[in-house]
Write a protein that binds this ligand. Structure first.
Ligand code: PLP
Length: 344
């Protein structure tokens, strides 16, 4: 299996001038969020706190998501909450292309992974007839394709999950960055654990703050896992989370516009390539027709970093471009030039 973390470390040590590799937004964390974290520390809020999260943050999340506080738990990034669900299952269904962490976590815990492959030709729509897994992971808007499943297609998959009594883990971390209508999985099926976070919309990646919305027994299971592992999210980080949610609408308006413009710009510049025009998130998954890993390595020599398609499953002739740099246009032009030279 291609090791995305090793490749990321290699990129980081080479320090290329234009980074289009990781899901690390170049947008600054809003000053008001930083100020709240700092003043919380200055107030002396430096101790442990309750594992499920501060009431204030859980209440705010519940209000934003339209659920009860008891159906919300806060975690140290959404990834740990995803891991806690994978740990409880035996056989995990993942739709490819996928964020590699699902597979890495499952393998680290000795779980079986069943991959449902989708293709660009089919508009990245899964064809699932039967589910013999205990947990199905859905990730829409999708990393790396930017796909949002139409409501009817999502419903069809969730009905199959319901027929097989399969729990669904809906990783909706990009659901605030959408350019088309989006339906949360929990609107259509009860047995859903939804995971979201602050890393993408608010660019708070290093704060390590995420949350899950689920039925109470799933919340309890996640709480148990966090009790024996991370204990709690630092109070000042949670306070920053409350502030972020207070200014969410304003941030959303500004940030979605930036990513939508970047997606349109990238689609225009790369119009001769094959890709799905993104419905949301901030990635472009592009077929380049040659080996994606050697291409990514060649690009690195020119000072531009992307991830090869093999980081997301069996997609050797793809690359993923993260639309996270304000130098995107320059980076895309270099991508085009390197492709031209490689094809000659
Ligand atoms: N889920 C997906 C699909 C992601 O792409 C990422 C980050 O790249 C995460 C989860 C991780 O988010 P967090 O920083 O909240 O752990």
């Amino acid at each position: 299996m291609f090791n995305v973390y090793e490749f990321f470390n290699k990129i980081s040590s080479l320090n290329p001038k234009i980074r289009l590799d990781a899901g690390q937004p170049d947008i600054n964390v809003d000053e008001r969020i930083i100020e709240e974290a700092v003043s919380s520390l200055k107030r002396g809020e430096t101790g442990y706190t309750k594992t499920p999260g501060l009431d204030e943050l859980r209440e705010k999340i519940a209000e934003v998501e339209g659920v009860e506080k008891e159906n919300v738990i806060v975690g140290n990034g959404s990834k740990i909450l995803i891991a806690s669900q994978i740990l409880r299952a035996r056989r995990i269904g993942v739709i490819s292309p996928y964020w590699q962490a699902y597979e890495s976590i499952a393998k680290a815990f000795g779980k079986e992974v069943k991959i449902f492959k989708t293709s660009l030709e089919d508009g990245w729509k899964p064809k699932i007839e039967r589910l013999n897994v205990d947990l199905l992971i859905l990730n829409y808007p999708n990393n790396p394709t930017g796909k949002i499943l139409p409501r009817e297609k999502l419903k069809e998959i969730l009905e199959i999950a319901e027929d097989g009594n399969v729990k669904v883990l809906a990783d909706e971390i990009y659901s605030d960055i959408t350019f088309k209508p989006f339906t949360p999985a929990r609107e259509l099926y009860d047995n859903v654990v939804t995971v979201k976070g602050f890393s993408k919309l608010f660019a708070m990646t290093g704060f390590r703050l995420g949350y899950a919305i689920a039925q109470r027994e799933d919340i309890k299971a996640m709480q148990k896992f966090l009790e024996v592992t991370t204990t709690c999210v630092p109070i000042f980080i949670q306070k920053a989370g409350v502030k972020a949610l207070e200014i969410r609408e304003e941030v959303k308006k500004r940030v979605v516009k930036i990513y939508e413009e970047r997606a349109r710009l990238a689609s225009r510049i790369l119009k001769d390539f094959e890709f799905y025009e993104p419905d949301g998130a901030f990635y472009l998954f592009v077929r380049i027709g040659i080996d994606g890993l050697s291409f990514a390595e060649k690009l690195l020599e020119k000072g531009v970093s992307v991830f090869p398609g093999i980081a997301f499953g069996d997609y050797g002739d793809f690359i993923r471009i993260s639309l996270v740099s304000s130098r995107l246009e320059e980076g895309l032009k270099i991508i085009k030039e390197v492709k031209l030279c490689a094809s000659e």
